[in-house]
Ligand binder design. Structure first.
Ligand code: ARG
Length: 465
């Protein structure tokens, strides 16, 4: 194919080198946008026909040609050409080959600049919807596991030191909250994705009597981008998406770290299904939690994409610059990573088996109910600071005796404070400690059950929508 076949080639006296051609081309990756590109073109053509800019016959030809191209795409039968640079020119060429002049008229009143901005928005909107559904599925998997474990007790940690007992369900529900906010972020970002740049054309708008609201409506966009320069150039919606994705991956990295710790011999709090672990090629006894480790690692690449997109946009003068072609690969990889991670995690969580007895033993160590003793004394009138000191002394003594607080005889406990009575022993139990935290957000089993019900309802309302 000679360089004169390039859409814009009439003014060029020498062909670009092969290296420049492949360097500047995007078809290698933006072919992923082919279906939304066609969707945008069909809406554009219909609007042009409705405005009398395109004949009904041309519109019919375009529709027929595009239908054939969609079939070819679905059968993976298209030979995308680097000579045609990107998906937009590839599709246009295919169309013109099929339907002639009508195809050549499609680009009336439009530029690749508003076209590509439209494509990314349409594509990202669809992926956002997929992600929102997958987050809900993942939350449902966490809820399912939590349901059985409102009475399963493990140590809650601060500084990774035993702090106070909590239920396993309570711990899981913390992640349900985190991923709930992730869903909010994606849903909010979707509102700003869902605006139509079409009609902005190259940068200043177009001389044809177009109806931008109409294409927006045909494509399901909620609004029209109000400024043509802004419409073709800014990718802030993509940056926002990558930020939401980064925060989601950050949450996954936290959960992953816990799964790695919990499945280690030192903690031994959970067993993970074998299908999420791999062996070692040299140490026969090993079962490594590869999936959570890899999720932890993949968090880094998503952060990288966020920084790439921010840096790409930084200092770009108005309006479109070729820099923006670089928005696609980071976005594509972000979407791939987030979707795969959500899918694999949903399945993995349903295969987690807590080792209840080990969790309990761990909670019994480290004086996890010391705060309960302090609170007990406060309720008997001792100022908290003072009671904190009394309990510290009791803990020190028990530590020396290598026993737990509840192993000390009543007379011994009373030597630290005469206000301590026989009822202290129920206060010092793990169950008593949980049950006492009986308020919204607390770890008491009935409170956690309420939280589970809240989320079950919220997710089923969402699915009913
Ligand atoms: N492939 C280009 C991109 O991804 C399409 C827009 C090209 N526009 C231009 N004026 N070169 O951004």
């Amino acid at each position: 194919m000679s360089h004169h076949s390039k859409t814009w080639s009439a003014r060029f006296s020498e062909p670009v080198s092969e290296l420049v051609k492949t360097y500047t081309a995007s078809i290698q990756f933006d072919k992923r946008l082919s279906l939304v590109d066609i969707q945008g073109s069909l809406a554009h053509a219909q609007m042009l026909a409705e405005c009398g800019v395109l004949s009904e016959a041309d519109l019919a030809d375009i529709r027929r040609g595009m239908a054939e191209i969609i079939d070819l795409i679905n059968q993976n039968k298209i030979d995308w050409s680097v000579d045609l640079e990107d998906v937009h020119m590839n599709v246009e060429r295919l169309l013109t080959q099929k339907v002639g002049d009508a195809g050549a008229r499609l680009h009336t009143g439009r530029s690749r600049n508003d076209q590509v901005a439209t494509d990314i928005r349409l594509w990202l909107r669809g992926e956002t919807d997929t992600i929102l559904q997958l987050i809900a599925d993942f939350q449902a998997a966490l809820l399912n596991l939590a349901l059985d474990h409102t009475d399963t007790i493990l140590p809650g940690f601060t500084h990774l030191q035993v702090a106070q007992p909590v239920s396993f369900a309570h711990h899981l529900m913390a992640y349900v909250e985190m991923f709930g906010r992730d869903a909010e972020r994606f849903a909010d970002c979707r509102r700003r994705i869902n605006r139509s740049p079409l009609g902005a054309a190259a940068l200043a708008g177009t001389t044809y009597p177009i109806k931008r609201k109409r294409t927006a409506e045909l494509l399901g966009f909620e609004e029209v981008c109000r400024n043509s320069l802004d419409a073709v150039s800014d990718r802030d919606f993509a940056i926002e998406f990558a930020a939401a994705a980064s925060i989601l991956m950050m949450h996954f990295s936290r959960l992953s770290e816990e799964l790695v710790l919990w499945s280690s011999q030192r903690f031994a709090f959970i067993k993970m299904s074998d299908r999420y672990c791999t062996g070692s090629s040299i140490m026969p006894q090993k079962k490594n939690p590869d999936v959570p480790e890899l999720v932890r690692g993949k968090t880094g690449r998503v952060y990288g994409h966020l920084i790439a997109l921010l840096t790409l946009m930084k200092s770009q003068p108005l309006a479109y610059n070729k820099d923006n072609q670089e928005d696609k690969e980071p976005l594509f990889d972000t979407v791939n990573t987030v979707i795969d991670t959500l899918r694999i995690y949903t399945d993995m969580v349903s295969g987690i088996v807590p080792i209840v007895e080990n969790m309990r033993q761990a909670a019994l160590q480290g004086f996890a109910t010391a705060t309960d003793l302090a609170d007990y004394l406060v309720k008997k009138g001792i100022p908290f600071r003072e009671s904190h000191g009394i309990v510290a002394a009791a803990v020190k003594y028990a530590e020396e005796q290598k026993c737990r607080l509840e192993d000390l005889p009543l007379e011994k406990l009373q030597s630290f404070s005469p206000l301590i009575e026989d009822d202290i022993y129920s206060v010092l139990t793990l169950e008593g400690s949980l049950k006492a935290r009986n308020h919204t957000g607390g770890t008491a089993p009935n409170q956690v059950k309420k939280q589970i019900e809240f989320w079950q309802k919220r997710l089923s309302d969402k699915n009913a929508q």
